[in-house]
Ligand binder design. Structure first.
Ligand code: NAP
Length: 325
């Protein structure tokens, strides 16, 4: 266990990705300081307190991204920080300020606490492919997306895509501040994250998977999806912290798959699950762009197969009564 004797902080520990991160960090022997928005809300803390090692090595703190210095107590004495907290919603009702302010001010708040805490050696920031591949001009099947790509900020702003904008601006602010203050940060850029949920609340992408299974509602226009398993994303965070050579940005993209193929896999695993009729025929699948996994491979993570990710997603939706069959 390489985390023994080390303390790390996870911001937004009750979230989908962060809950797995907290669990894996405890399993590796780390002492974990996890922040949550409300310590009195059992939906945010009960599952964290049930992890192996929690009694001995999990410390919970209340912190709000919009409150200055609110992360100081949680980060105090830590060797590393994983900044995952950020509002995650595609709701058309969510305003620009509701998404962008906590993402940007929150990132600067957390990094500010890190600057004031000399024991912090590295900060791993959870960004997204949202800050990499959202372009005004369509990406062609010949293109290979990698870490040198940046989304078109003006295009995203014009289209009022506030979640995407929040991830672009938060990443920009993080790199600018880290360079000014000389702190070591690494940014991770996962695509759609699926997999089993530890927290009681339905995660955003699993909700979209549920809509696809139940009603055939597509959330990607051409039906092409890029998925990565939540457990692989959690492990990538830990490797990005532990690996001395880790630096810069990392695209975390597991598989590219068309919805019809994903649903065929689910149909084979669960023959009693009624899937939308339109997927029974072979659909015309437009070729999708390519994605480089070269840099992510340097993190040394093993990717979960799509079959296992989809199976565990469905099992989790069933266990938590979001899907009944
Ligand atoms: N899921 C994906 O497919 C995906 C893909 C790429 C990148 N990411 C990024 O990964 C990170 C985690 O996402 P997730 O999918 O795990 O979403 P999530 O479950 O909604 O987790 C987000 C966390 O941020 C916390 N948070 C939101 N506003 C806050 C505030 N003002 N102060 C303190 N904490 C606040 C939330 O607390 P509450 O639960 O109490 O609101 C929650 O714990 C985010 O940065 C997201 O942008 C996610």
């Amino acid at each position: 266990m390489s985390g023994e004797g080390k303390a790390v902080c996870v911001t937004g520990g009750s979230g989908f990705i962060a809950s797995w991160l907290v669990k894996h960090l405890l399993l590796r022997g780390y002492t974990v300081h996890s922040t949550v928005l409300n310590l009195r809300d059992p939906n945010q803390v009960a599952h964290l307190l049930a992890f192996d090692g929690s009694n001995e090595r999990l410390h919970l703190f209340e912190a709000d991204l919009l409150e200055e210095n609110s992360f100081d107590p949680a980060i105090k004495g830590c060797d590393g920080v994983f900044h995952t907290a950020s509002p995650v919603t595609f709701s058309p009702l969510a305003t620009k300020a509701e998404l962008v302010d906590p993402a940007v001010k929150g990132t600067l708040n957390v990094l500010g606490s890190c600057v004031r805490t000399p024991s912090v050696k590295r900060v791993v920031v959870t960004s997204s492919t949202a800050s990499i591949l959202i372009k005004e001009n369509p990406i062609s099947p010949d293109d290979v997306v990698d870490e040198t790509w940046f989304s078109d900020k003006e295009y995203v702003e014009e289209n009022k895509q506030w979640y995407i904008l929040s991830k672009i601006l938060a990443e920009e602010a993080a790199w600018k501040y880290a360079k000014e203050k000389g702190i070591d940060i690494v940014t991770l850029h996962p695509c759609w994250v699926i997999g089993p949920m530890l927290q009681p609340r339905l995660s955003l992408i699993n909700q979209l998977i549920l809509d696809l299974i139940k009603e055939g509602v597509e959330f990607s226009p051409a039906g092409n999806y890029r998925f990565i398993d939540v457990r692989d994303v959690a492990n990538a965070h830990i490797h990005a912290f532990e690996l001395p050579s880790a630096s810069g940005r990392y695209c975390l993209i597991g598989v590219t798959v068309h919805s019809s193929k994903a649903l065929k896999i689910i149909g084979k695993l669960y023959p009693s699950l009624a899937l939308p009729d339109k997927y029974k025929e072979d659909l015309l699948i437009a070729p999708s762009y390519q994605v480089s996994q070269e840099k992510a491979k340097q993190l040394g993570i093993t990717l979960t197969s799509l079959e296992v990710s989809l199976r565990d997603t469905v099992e989790s939706l069933k266990d938590k009564n979001f899907l009944n069959f």
